[in-house]
Design a protein around this ligand. Structure first.
Ligand SMILES: Cc1cc(C)cc(S(N)(=O)=O)c1
Ligand SMILES: [Zn+2]
Length: 261
């Protein structure tokens, strides 16, 4: 249908504003993070994730990314601290990647594009539900982790990538029980934070971004695994699911704060 997001990637991010004017807003994501414009904020607290592995439910291919969804019916898996006030409930995680290892991340750091980017999306339970939270400036918190291609991949990524065969085409879903995504975190919790938006339509400006400085290492084969996903449904001609990242957007008058010197 016309509201099918994958159509928007087909039309191109520069067309999104025709249906979602906010896509040309002043608080859009992703952005380029440049050391010159970053402000070290020593009042920033460390962030903490306390996730219940039992909250993991399913993994699915929705035609625009590979997504793992979690039970967010109560404060079961939460993110707290950092720039956030109160706890935010983990709802889903998903990935962005390119058509080759030299690009694919959404955020760019001092001109460096990574092969991919993992987003863990959380919502503020002070609002009655997720759809209410996406209409609020402090409604959503996304923890973003860069995927860097290297020789010694993180073994914890294997579990997700093994499931990829079961969700090759759009609409395919498989059970994904007993998974604590914090095993994917890098050693350092150093982060940048700024206020931004969804990187896909409707591009709501409701996200407190927490972008980790340290990437996690994946192998080139693991990135190829993500690229083996298809945008199309089972009985349709194959369209590789690649390059599901939005180009960086203007920073305008925003401050990017760093938790580290
Ligand atoms: C596809 C998609 C859905 C949602 C809720 C959030 C995002 S993002 N990239 O802004 O975290 C992407
Ligand atoms: Zn995302």
């Amino acid at each position: 249908g016309f509201h099918d997001i994958s159509l928007y990637f087909f039309l191109g991010p520069d067309q999104w504003h025709k249906n979602y004017p906010i896509a040309k807003g002043r608080h859009q994501s992703p952005i380029e993070i440049n050391n010159k414009e970053v402000h070290y904020d020593r009042s920033l607290l460390p962030w903490f994730a306390s996730y219940d592995p039992g909250a993991a439910k399913t993994i699915l291919n929705n035609g625009k990314t590979c997504r793992v969804v979690f039970d967010d019916s109560f404060d079961r898996s939460v993110l707290r601290g950092g720039p956030l006030s109160g706890v935010y409930r983990l709802r889903q995680l998903h990935f962005h990647w390119g058509s080759s290892d030299d690009h694919g991340s959404e955020h760019v750091v001092n001109g460096v594009r990574y092969a991919g980017e993992l987003h863990l999306l959380h919502w503020n339970p002070k609002y009655s539900n997720y759809l209410d939270a996406v209409r609020r400036a402090d409604g959503i918190a996304v923890l973003a982790i860069f995927l860097q291609v290297g020789k010694t991949p993180k073994p914890e990524m294997k579990r997700i990538l093994e499931e990829i065969n079961a969700i090759k085409t759009k609409g395919k879903e498989a059970p994904f029980p007993n998974f604590d995504p914090s095993i994917l975190f890098p050693k350092s919790h150093d982060y940048w934070t700024y206020h931004g938006s969804f990187t896909t339509p409707p591009c709501e400006e409701c996200i407190t971004w927490i972008v980790l400085r340290e990437p996690i290492i994946v192998s080139s084969d693991q990135m190829a695994k993500l690229r083996s996903l298809s945008k199309n449904a089972e009985n349709e001609p194959d369209i590789p699911l690649v390059d599901n990242w939005r180009p960086t957007q203007p920073l305008y008058f925003r401050m990017v704060s760093a938790s580290f010197l």
